[in-house]
Design a protein around this ligand. Structure first.
Ligand code: PLP
Length: 349
């Protein structure tokens, strides 16, 4: 068992964003074994990868003079970005209003309020259209309050920019032997995927980029559909404004319940706690590697930990409904073994 088995009891201070650990996990696959390299982003301040995004969004607005003393920051969020924005706005002296939905974990909403933010919860809209409702509330807030400024995680170039210049650069510097065969990234706005993919294209062009979307999400195209056990932060009701065709080699669509099962099985086997989108990335990596023997060292971006999600209840819905390749991958994850965290950084290729 690894010592990286639970989120830090003491949160890192807001100034210490990035430099997160990379932990190897060995997963048996037919004819050998696969090594996953998990980038544990829950080790950021405010518990997720979104600390990086929040800092970059605020910095970009401040640098252009659009955000300053007396402004109110407004954003639509599924949870993690809201917690990070609430914390950074408190530290920088901005008022903050966050628009969330019923699938946002209650613990995240409570944390946003604790950090001083106002939180508006929109009701669910049938047909997977709740994001549209959140964005209408943001529009309304901007119209009514002249001090309000939208960080706009859906369109700001700072979102993919920080994952290209920081998240992916770190991941590649930490790479075993300076390289990976592939990287798997789950999508919501697609900022993480677009940034990481661009950096890999420029610095590790032989690595495959595996994009991981939820069944019923429109983030990577296709129609939205109802997601009865939607995992917050995974997938989106709208297409990503950032992901371009050249970023992606494979798209793997994962059901929420299968992602949750991956989290539960991996935690039992290794002690590592992963959130739903991280579970989806890990599952997609194992499915793809089982089909392609060239993929044996695969990096997975793990945006947060599993502590705030109803993973056990969601995983119980899988029953016997998993497809054969997903069932095989879940079985393999149940036999995974974690190694010691990899701190070594290598020069960029
Ligand atoms: C848990 C989790 N996973 C993945 C993501 C995806 O990030 P992005 O918006 O960069 O696609 C988010 C975003 O909120 C998230 O909270």
């Amino acid at each position: 068992m690894t010592s990286f088995n639970a989120p830090a009891a003491v949160e890192r201070p807001p100034g210490r964003i990035g430099g997160t650990p990379l932990v190897p996990v060995r997963v048996p696959v037919r004819g050998g074994s696969l090594r996953l390299w998990l980038k544990l982003e829950w080790d950021n301040p405010f518990g997720s990868i979104k600390a990086r995004t929040a800092e970059a969004l605020l910095d970009a607005l401040e640098a252009t003079g659009r955000l300053g003393p007396g402004n109110r920051v407004v954003e639509s969020t599924s949870g993690n970005l809201g917690v990070a924005l609430a914390g950074l706005c408190a530290a920088r002296g901005y008022a903050c209003t966050l628009v969330v939905e019923p699938s946002t974990p209650h613990g995240s909403v409570a944390r946003m309020r604790e950090l001083g933010a106002d939180v508006v919860v929109v009701p669910d809209v049938p047909g997977g259209r709740t994001l549209d409702a959140r964005l209408r509330v943001v529009d309304d807030l901007l119209r009514r309050d002249p001090t309000a400024v939208w960080t706009d995680q859906y369109h700001s170039a700072a979102n993919p920019g920080v994952h290209e210049s920081r998240t992916a650069a770190e991941l590649v510097r930490q790479a075993p032997n300076g390289s990976y065969d592939a990287v798997a990234v789950a999508v919501s706005t697609g900022g993480t995927l677009a940034g990481v993919a661009q950096f890999f294209r420029d610095h590790l062009p032989t690595a495959r980029v595996i994009a991981v979307d939820a069944v019923g999400s429109a983030a990577l195209g296709g129609p939205v559909a109802e997601r009865p056990c939607k995992l917050a932060g995974f997938g989106s009701g709208r297409p990503s404004g950032f992901v371009r065709p050249h970023h992606v080699d494979d798209v793997v669509r994962v059901r929420d319940e299968d992602a949750a099962a991956a989290c539960v099985l991996l935690q039992r086997a290794t002690g590592l706690s992963l959130g739903g989108s991280a579970g989806a990335a890990v599952l997609a990596a194992v499915v793809r590697a089982a089909a392609d023997p060239a993929l044996r060292e695969v990096a997975c971006v793990c945006p947060d930990s599993g502590e705030k999600y109803p993973l056990t209840e969601t995983a119980a819905r899988v029953g016997t409904t998993a497809s054969p390749d997903v069932a095989t991958a879940l079985d393999a994850l149940g036999r995974a073994r974690a190694g010691t965290p990899h701190a070594q950084e290598t020069p960029l290729p």
